[in-house]
Unconditional design. Sequence first.
Length: 198
Amino acid sequence: MKILVAEDEPLIARDYQIILGSRGHDVRITDNGLSFLETYRTALGEANKQRRSFDKVPFDVVILDYRMPKKDGLEVAREIIEICPNQRIIFASAYVREALREATKGMHQIVELLQKPFDLSYLVEVVEDTDVYNKLVKINDKVKQLRDCDLTHSELVKLSKSVKDALRVASSVKLTNAELTELLKSLKTLRATAYEAD
């Protein structure tokens, strides 16, 4: 896999490079948000020239620290999604709850979250588990459908079931009870709104 990492702590960045590199992944490390975006855009341009296609992502996964110098991870993620909406993004941060709240409010995109500190073998497991990511992509598609059309109550029930199924599969994304409760509360609000519209 091609992996781009933004991590401003040199020892953590080195550990990522070693563990992911030892698994055969091509890993590039940046230490701030601006250099990350420069590296990303350069790779995107090179990939598009080689493929003559503008719908592919330049990296299989990008790993972002939430708090970084020059530009924080959330700003970087928003810019990436603007230019490459299908990019797989993993936040690896001690600020996961904050990142989760901000990401769901401002990005309108599902991202994967890892709470620091974590075992490096867990990082490898998450990065290499593309099945969970593919399920999250399906959730993103459903969310886009929700935004693009007025759903009936029965359509919203089907969507809610899909989300519940995907959450069951994506249980490797460690959510606290409070975060899961907040997510379910949001789904209930959507369901109530759709029911009133019927």
